[in-house]
Write a protein that binds this ligand. Structure first.
Ligand code: NDP
Ligand code: GDR
Length: 328
């Protein structure tokens, strides 16, 4: 069997880094798209680039940007990957109200552009689209499944809904092998520092060490279905291993409030979050999604995928990692 070749957009992000580790373990050659920044933005994959057992020929990085799909087309024509994992894009829901055009361009139109490239590629390739629970916004039913109607309430969710529907259209109309993993929140020590879980774990560690006193947050009543990111990378890979393309909910099915997460994170280092958390209105969004809880039954049945890590363990492992990094 020939060596599988993956192309990952968003390789420098949380999910991209875990997926790269997984695919390298499975013997893939991994090509990743890296955008140009004024400073190196590869800290999440530096350990892989330094790993002598991986080597430069098995992990290849290319400069590129979703706002320059001509260069991405050129790369794909040259690499001819067997699988594309499209994870790149502006991923902060709150910020999508502040930079809606960038958000919709990267999460919506860029997916359409990639589907067009794949349609013309003349080479069989499987395409994974990182869809989100935010496509459901304020759903009438909970938990949601693959049939739940889209009802996004922010620009990010609207763009992801557009892209999810386009994957279905290209699959049905042109036979493109395109799948959406409709993932609910997944977290890890590599989570960006302005997402609520990482903000909390980092603050708990810093307060414990005396480096910070307060943590300013927005809406504490919000509830989310939180899982552990490395397990979601495994689901992504499984989605593309099936003969027929399809969409899958990737979730734990359990929801918790921000207060629950605070309690688990601060509790793990014997702190009382109520003594440290303050309210800041700038973190409150113009509209908040609610009722988001995913039913992963289809993924369990057809992919053999099941989440293992949940609260409070998830919060604890994040705080522990933040404490360890402060000791470095
Ligand atoms: P991150 O924000 O950690 O990573 C996003 C990645 O996209 C980074 O590598 C970033 O590069 C890259 N990127 C952003 N804009 C561009 C661009 N214009 N051109 C090229 N690359 C770009 O996100 P996650 O890893 O958490 O999520 C991965 C995907 O899954 C995203 O599409 C997200 O919307 C989606 N998703 C995530 C969920 C989660 O809970 N994590 C749940 C559901 C969906 P750089 O490092 O330079 O910033
Ligand atoms: P989310 O994650 O919007 O669900 O998107 P985030 O961690 O940003 O927010 C979760 C909830 O916490 C509330 N909240 C705060 N959020 C942030 N970021 N900062 C705060 O200070 C704060 N205080 C309260 C928010 O209002 C919200 O209710 C994530 C991203 O990974 C998306 O890319 C992905 O699609 C979805 O998860 C599923």
């Amino acid at each position: 069997m020939s060596t599988p070749v993956a192309f990952i957009t968003g390789i420098t992000g949380q999910d991209g880094s875990y997926l790269t580790e997984l695919l390298l373990q499975k013997g893939y050659v991994v090509h990743g798209l890296v955008r140009r920044a004024s400073m190196f933005n590869r800290s999440r994959i530096d350990h892989l680039r330094a790993d002598a057992t991986v080597g430069a020929e098995r992990l290849v990085l290319h400069y590129g940007d979703l706002n320059d799909l001509t260069s991405v087309r050129r790369l794909l024509r040259k690499i001819l990957p067997t699988e594309i994992y499209h994870l790149a894009g502006q991923s902060h829901v709150g910020l999508s109200f502040e930079i809606p055009e960038v958000t919709c361009g990267e999460n919506g139109m860029a997916v359409l552009g990639l589907l067009e490239i794949i349609r013309d590629l003349g080479h069989p390739v499987r395409f994974y689209h990182a869809a989100s629970s935010e496509i459901f916004g304020r759903p009438a039913q909970a938990p949601q499944d693959e049939q739940t109607p889209f009802n996004p309430v922010n620009p990010y969710g609207a763009a992801k809904a557009f892209a999810t529907q386009l994957c279905r259209i290209y699959r049905d109309s042109y036979g493109v092998y395109a799948c959406s993993g409709i993932a609910y929140n997944h977290e890890s020590p590599r989570r960006g520092e302005n997402f609520v879980t990482r903000k909390i774990s980092r603050a708990a560690a810093r307060i414990k060490r005396g480096e910070q006193r307060e943590l300013a947050l927005g809406n504490l009543d919000a509830r989310r279905d939180w899982g552990y990111a490395p397990e979601y990378a495994e689901a992504m890979w499984r989605v593309l291993q099936r003969d027929q393309p399809d969409d899958f909910i990737v979730a734990t099915g359990e929801t918790h409030s921000i207060e629950d997460f605070l309690s688990a994170a601060f509790g793990s280092v014997e702190l009382d979050w109520r003594k440290h958390v303050t309210f800041e209105s700038r973190f409150v969004r113009p509209a908040e999604a609610w009722n988001l809880s995913g039913n992963p039954a289809k993924a369990k049945k057809l992919l053999g995928w099941e989440p293992a890590t949940r609260l409070p363990r998830l919060a604890e492992l994040m705080v522990r990692a933040d404490l360890a990094s402060l000791s470095d």
